[in-house]
Design a protein around this ligand. Structure first.
Ligand code: UFG
Length: 330
């Protein structure tokens, strides 16, 4: 029986496929390649190009492959874009998941691990954030991910499907081989943008606001290595295979770093001065987001290995230095 990875050509999806294959799993990848990269798909995975909004496509994959569980990364994930084009997010993230669930129910596939986000919480009331905290997303991306979680809950109750929702904090870093890594166009995330400076693709990094209520005035985030995220998906599949109930877990290191600390660490790793300029705050950025991942540690047995920011940035730098244009050849 295989694991179907939807969005397995994307950043976190491709790293999860590498870890699954390393552990001897049979893997089928489906991706529409709208934001994913064919070069990121592990050569040992069976690949289907198609869109989860296309019921005939999803049915075909389930009919041709014996699928035991689904890991679902196939979604749009840019916070800013979700605010200017919300219906794109409702269409892909929610309508896509509806079609997927209809097909899963029809084919009696009853286990799904889902890529969720800290953006489901919105402005946090408590730090560290617990899974039991209230969820009031402040952007449309987070709203669609929270709605997807609810689709799994109600579909599960009606049809016996079980799910694990993994709420990631700030994904970063790259595979140790240096063969796959983060490649978004446009890039909006802090660490790849910082590394564009030593790569000669950007003059300076812009700091979005230095007047937050934090020790150095810049926003604090919980940076978690993509391979540690990938491992959590494997543990979540095992958790469902073992017959456990549906559940939701935060995935973070539980340690926060400010934007200035991340830039300083990148200077140390790359040996480049990386000039920084201060600009206005970016709309919708909470001052501090730090996860409590105690539940994932205790229930899933998750034990993130990359808790050193310097090593995390070094792994990202290994990828970006050798692939300044991402997966493009030139
Ligand atoms: N930042 C800058 N300059 C930049 C880019 C980012 O100062 O050029 C700052 C942001 O303001 C923020 C921090 O760096 O304070 C991290 O920003 P990212 O865009 O890298 O990440 P976010 O924390 O905004 O977003 C991440 C995920 C989202 C998810 C969100 C949950 O990327 O998918 O966490 O809150 F929705």
């Amino acid at each position: 029986m295989a694991i179907l990875v939807l969005g397995g050509a994307g950043y976190i999806g491709s790293h999860t496929v590498y870890e699954l294959i390393d552990r001897g799993e049979e893997v089928v990848v489906a991706d529409n390649l709208e934001t994913g990269h064919i070069e990121a798909v592990h050569p040992k995975a069976k690949f289907y190009q198609g869109d989860i909004r296309d019921r005939a496509f999803v049915d075909k994959v389930f009919e041709e492959c014996k699928i035991d569980a689904v890991i679902h990364f196939a979604a749009n994930s840019l916070v800013g874009e979700s605010m200017t084009n919300p219906l794109k997010y409702y269409d892909n993230n929610l309508c896509g998941t509806k079609v997927l669930l209809e097909s899963m129910v029809a084919h009696r596939i009853d286990k799904i691990v889902f890529s969720s986000t800290a953006a489901t919480y919105g402005e946090p009331k408590n730090i560290p954030i617990m899974e039991s905290d209230s969820t009031h997303p402040t952007n449309c991306y987070g709203e669609t991910k929270l709605s997807m979680e609810k689709m799994f809950k109600w579909t599960g109750r009606a049809h016996g499907l079980r799910y694990v929702s993994l709420r990631y904090f700030n994904a970063c870093g790259a595979h140790e081989s240096g063969e796959i890594g983060e490649a978004h166009a446009p890039e909006t995330h802090l660490i790849p943008l910082i590394l564009q400076v030593p790569n000669g693709k950007r003059e300076a990094i812009t700091i979005f606001g230095d007047d937050y209520q934090t020790p150095d005035g810049t926003c604090i985030r919980d940076y978690i290595h993509v391979t540690d995220l990938a491992m959590a998906h494997i543990l979540a599949v095992q958790y469902l295979r073992d017959g456990n109930i549906s559940n939701i877990f935060n995935l973070g290191n539980g340690v926060g770093f400010s934007v200035k600390e991340v830039i300083e660490t990148a200077r140390k790793v790359t040996g480049h001065p990386i000039p920084a300029v201060i600009s206005e705050r970016r709309a919708g950025d909470p001052a501090r987001l730090i996860a409590s991942s105690e539940k994932a540690r205790q229930v899933l047995g998750w034990n993130p290995q990359h808790d050193d920011l310097e090593k995390i940035i070094a792994s990202a730098w290994k990828w970006h230095k050798n692939h300044p244009n991402g997966f493009e050849k030139k």
